[in-house]
Design a protein around this ligand. Sequence first.
Ligand SMILES: NC(=O)c1ccc[n+]([C@@H]2O[C@H](COP(=O)([O-])OP(=O)(O)OC[C@H]3O[C@@H](n4cnc5c(N)ncnc54)[C@H](O)[C@@H]3O)[C@@H](O)[C@H]2O)c1
Length: 372
Amino acid sequence: MTRQVAASVTVPTAGGGYPVLIGSGLLDRLDELLPEFPGAEAAAVVSSAPVAAVAGRVGEALAGRGLAVAQLEVPAGEDAKRLEVVAGLYERLAGIPARRADPVLAVGGGATTDVAGFAAATWLRGVPLVNLPTTVLGMVDAAVGGKTGVDLEAGKNLVGAFHQPLAVVADLDTLAGLPAAEVRSGLAEVAKAGLAGDPALAEALARSAGPAVAADPAALAPLVEGAVRVKAAVVGADEHEEGRDGAVGRLLLNYGHTLGHALERLAGYRGLRHGEAVALGMVFAARVAEAIGLARPGLEDGHVELLAALGLPVGGVRLDPDQVLAAMATDKKQRKGLRLVLLRELGQPEVVPAPGRDVLVAAIESLARDPR
Ligand SMILES: NC(=O)c1ccc[n+]([C@@H]2O[C@H](COP(=O)([O-])OP(=O)(O)OC[C@H]3O[C@@H](n4cnc5c(N)ncnc54)[C@H](O)[C@@H]3O)[C@@H](O)[C@H]2O)c1
């Protein structure tokens, strides 16, 4: 697969929608693939050191359009998602000076697109944004959907804004240098999209687990596309996470995340990747769904088989149920008592009030066993 847009998925929004371009060799064609920026004279490219070369290519394409390009570096990874970093970006934008028509282009993983997106949402009350994700998680999740933000000491993602990009350009070739553990972590979100939203995607992921983990662009293209389609449908139905009565809405995207977020919080966001935590969260959710009779036996086995094939954890973690339950109860998405996203069947998520403590404790304790 060379120099090919394998897919263009439209994210429908109130503003008319925007494309997510997925393929190989897209960096070679940025002059034609990047959207127009009417009235722009300058552009700010926000990236971190590991993807400086990609940011350089983006800068060249923008310079080719006659724009004055500023390269703005932020720390790699989660360290970028701090208000001090946003303040530094504002200073740099002021120095350009970046005006209302001048775009921000975010190059990197979810941490970079989150912080750059937040700066773009708030600088001059909002300037054009293009995301160029360079992690699997960024391509299938963080760069798509318009959520931007930073962390506080009090918690992750507590400050943010909705700000949809003009376009997302996901060049699968940029994943070549991404550590395998990061690829696997991103594939957990593909698994989530498949299990909760599109069973055919889960099957396709199971079939091509090996090449997908090896970040083979040909294997990844349909998987990234499938996961983006699931997210695009959910975002289109509920752009600002207002929730609709009775609708699962964006909560579909939260499958496996109630326990996952709790595990990340208990680990202090160190040592356990997001996708690893979500994988354990999905095994937990499948076990609870079977335990309360919502799902037929076999749901959990299917989850374990898929996630294990991707090299994601499916057990072997000893947890203190009281600590985990307390951390789950403080999840910011829990409003009226603890609720869980569970599957009745593959692709059929439901939001249910959490069952009794004994069921939850048993499912948490069962994660000590590794079922592989
Ligand atoms: N906005 C949303 O809707 C949304 C959704 C999901 C997750 N997120 C956020 O996304 C973040 C996680 O994103 P992530 O998993 O992409 O991690 P990340 O952005 O922290 O990137 C992981 C690491 O890989 C490096 N890296 C990135 N691309 C690389 C490449 N191509 N080659 C080599 N190294 C590379 C990064 O510098 C970093 O050190 C979290 O902060 C999470 O809150 C946001």
